[in-house]
Ligand binder design. Structure first.
Ligand SMILES: *Cc1c(COP(=O)(O)O)cnc(C)c1O
Length: 382
């Protein structure tokens, strides 16, 4: 098999998606050009109402990115210097960057070797250690729904309630995922998502949103995203930021929301093709009972780094897109090493050598998914 005889299989195909969206997308963009309200225009409000409705949350506040959503959520709780924020060591950099920017200390927690989600025993041990050391005040848990699958929010909110901690759901990869038929959006005190183009619900630029059941929190988020403004524009109540979602991105997202359910269903179909073809060859993603995934990422585990490198080379030779999320645990990153207390987090430290993500975008055909699986199987010699 080589790239000359078979067309390439891209990791992500936003052009195919754009073609599939058809004239609805352009009509949405033209409407914004016609009214000219580029900041907090009517599409922003419409989108917020539709997103809240989609996930069953009481309030949605759109913001400029997933990172800014995390930041605004922590700013609203006055989390800063001297505060400990517990988060998984195996996630995207933004989860740890935000507490650090606010002067707080990220406390890295190990992850489960099967689900890759925050490990509950490690979380309890890390909370206990911080309390015993006495230098930091435990304030918040950021649970990440990694790769599209929900973290164990029942357990996380139970631990948080016992310890009096704020819970923030980093749902950047998982908007649309559900636990027991309830979509993520109200599992934690606040939920932050991202509309970065490669996320399951992606814009054509940066964007994000916050969800909460609390009217007070929603009002704070609206104030913080517009420089801490009060009831009138030039009343400044608190230090905020410029963190609004722009109207053009809201228009794109409104067009995409129309096909989002269909896309989620298609991602699930592709995941099942991979599961069936690959389950005896590699470790396929573990699904927790009662959950549905948004399948932002379909990652398999190879037995060791050498095999993973062989698989990467074979996919590259066949013109098949692939990626490694994440090559390194966050506490091992140069920027975050100094914030870490040196505790070993063996699972997070080992995953980066063995993990490999396969294409799972909604425009992938059955035939293409089968070809990806066949290439992997052939490479591994099974
Ligand atoms: C993408 C991502 C973010 C950040 O979202 P942006 O919109 O890119 O700022 C945060 N957390 C996780 C887990 C992500 O995957």
């Amino acid at each position: 098999m080589n790239a000359e005889t078979f067309p390439l299989i891209p990791f992500l195909d936003l052009k195919a998606q754009q073609a599939r969206l058809g004239p609805g997308l352009k009509a949405r963009l033209d409407a914004v050009l016609a009214h000219g309200q580029y900041i907090l225009g009517p599409e922003v409000r419409e989108l917020e109402a539709k997103l809240a409705d989609f996930c069953g949350a009481a309030h949605c506040v759109s913001v400029s990115s997933g990172t800014d959503a995390l930041q605004i959520a922590l700013m609203a709780e006055n989390i800063g210097r001297g505060d400990a924020v517990f988060l998984p060591a195996f996630t995207y950099t933004a989860t740890a960057e935000v507490p650090l920017l606010l002067g707080a200390t990220p406390v890295f927690v190990d992850v489960d070797p099967r689900t890759f989600q925050i490990d509950l025993a490690s979380l309890e041990a890390r909370i206990k250690a911080v309390k015993q050391a006495g230098a930091l005040k435990p304030r918040a848990i950021i649970g990440v729904d990694l790769f599209g699958q929900p973290a164990d929010w029942i357990a996380l909110t139970t631990i948080a309630a016992l310890e009096g901690l704020f819970t923030l759901d980093d749902c950047a990869q998982s908007f649309g995922a559900a636990q027991d038929d309830v979509r993520l959006g109200k599992a934690a005190d606040a939920t932050a998502t991202s509309f970065f183009p490669s996320k399951p619900l992606g814009a054509y630029g940066d964007g994000g949103a916050l969800f909460t059941e609390s009217a007070e929190r929603a009002a704070l988020y609206r104030s913080l995203r517009t420089h801490g403004e009060g009831t009138t524009r030039y009343e400044v109540l608190r230090t905020g930021m410029n963190g609004r979602l722009d109207t053009m991105q809201a228009a794109v997202l409104l067009a995409k929301l129309e096909v989002f359910e269909t896309e989620l269903a298609r991602r699930e179909e592709i995941a099942r093709i991979y599961d069936a073809a690959l389950k005896d060859v590699v470790e396929v993603p573990t699904r927790m009972p009662g959950t549905t995934s948004a399948w932002a990422v379909y990652s398999v585990l190879l037995p060791d780094e050498a095999t993973r490198e062989t698989a990467k080379a074979a996919l590259a030779a066949a013109g098949i897109g692939h990626a490694v999320y994440y090559p390194r645990a966050l506490h091992e990153q140069p920027a975050y090493r100094a914030a870490h207390d040196g505790t070993s987090l063996p699972v997070a430290e080992g995953l980066g050598q063995r993990i490999l993500a396969l294409p799972i975008h909604p425009d992938l055909s059955d035939e293409q998914a089968k070809r990806v699986a066949a290439t992997l199987i052939q490479t591994l010699g099974r």
